[in-house]
Design a protein around this ligand. Structure first.
Ligand SMILES: Nc1ncnc2c1ncn2[C@@H]1O[C@H](COP(=O)(O)OP(=O)(O)OP(=O)(O)O)[C@@H](O)[C@H]1O
Length: 331
């Protein structure tokens, strides 16, 4: 497997994705074709960092998230945790499952409505045998609820008795219960009201600072991702178009797709080479039949004949990486 383009020699990432592919066959939306949800993703996550992943709906973010926690097995490629493959012996080993957790988009559907908050947060403690008795478990659940800003007094209540933001805090407490090294967060704030989003985003930032956990933070909202991420990957139709430190990707984007996304988003505008607003033509093509060559060429104002024939790979453009034959290089 080739290393991720942004791999740091001599530094072992906590999580590494190499050449990930996932195709769904026979889904409702595929009309008999095969949906290439993820089509060749390499990335690394280092201890204590937040890697943001942005991209339009349907570009494969959730599929990538599920592969990064071992909920979905890649058709090709592999994910390793501290150098150990997830699926070396069939299922993901228990200790890796303990160390790599997930926070889901919609806390209403991801929390069992018939379980009390105590039982929801205690479940991973039970599964991984992390509390010696019922009393220790109650204490630990109380600590975890306090950590996410909820009162332990409410642990005997049910999810529907909490607001959306509080329910997401319960989901975060559950993910933290096993003391993970990595939490993959799939659109963790997009189901919440705008006013609550900021509080939950700040909670993630604070937990990362205090606990040192590494986060993959997946969202379609570029402003949210910028706020929490050290590095950012931009996905388009199952592949990474751009990857690098957040300041560089947002401040000096090299890929035309990133420029278009940023020009339309409520974020400080980068240098867009004389353009103020970039309008993309049409919707993203179907992942059942992605365009040949560069997947973005059908919507790209820079496209040349080469782009329809030759698929670009992530290459260094100054301090970060872009997959474009005509990437803007920092001058
Ligand atoms: N289980 C499945 N069966 C069939 N097709 C699927 C399945 N899961 C995802 N897909 C398809 O794979 C593609 C990528 O979906 P995915 O949910 O990973 O994207 P996404 O970027 O997270 O989008 P969204 O933000 O809308 O959830 C889409 O075309 C989707 O319809």
């Amino acid at each position: 497997m080739p290393p991720s383009p942004d791999s740091v020699p001599g530094r072992e990432p906590v999580l590494r994705a190499s050449g990930l592919h996932k195709t769904y066959r026979g889904g409702m939306l595929s009309r008999g074709g095969a949906v290439r949800a993820v089509a060749g993703v390499d990335l690394e996550l280092h201890a204590g960092e937040t890697l943001g992943i942005v991209g339009e709906s349907g570009c494969g973010k959730s599929t990538l998230a599920r592969m990064l926690v071992g909920l979905e097995r890649p058709d090709q490629g592999e994910v390793t945790f501290r150098g150990r493959p997830f699926f070396a012996r069939g299922g993901v080993p228990r200790d890796i499952r303990r160390r790599v957790q997930m926070v889901f988009q919609d806390p209403l559907t991801s929390l069992n409505p018939r379980m009390t908050v105590h039982d929801i947060v205690a479940e991973p403690l039970r599964v991984h045998r992390l509390a010696r008795d019922a009393r220790a478990m109650r204490e630990r659940v109380g600590e975890l609820l306090t950590l996410v800003g909820l009162s332990p007094d409410r642990m005997n209540r049910f999810p529907h008795e909490f607001s959306g933001g509080q329910r997401q805090r319960i989901g975060i407490a559950r993910a933290l219960a096993t003391e993970p090294d990595v939490i993959v967060c799939d659109e963790p704030v997009s189901a919440l009201d705008m006013s609550v989003q900021a509080q939950v985003v700040n909670l993630f930032a604070e937990l990362q600072r205090t606990l040192g956990v590494a986060l993959v933070f997946i969202a379609h909202d570029l402003a949210v991702v910028r706020h929490v991420s050290h590095r950012v990957g931009v996905m388009y139709l199952g592949r990474l178009a751009e990857l690098g430190p957040a300041g560089q990707v947002y401040g000096a984007p090299a890929h035309p797709y990133t420029m278009a996304l940023l020009s339309a988003a409520p974020v400080p505008k980068p240098r867009l080479r004389g353009r103020s607003r970039i309008m993309l033509a049409g919707d993203p093509p179907s992942p059942v039949a992605p365009p040949p060559g560069c997947r973005f060429h059908t919507r790209c104002w820079k496209a040349a004949p080469r782009c329809a024939e030759e698929e670009p790979v992530l290459e260094a453009v100054g301090g970060h990486y872009a997959a474009c034959h005509f990437a803007e290089r920092a001058s």
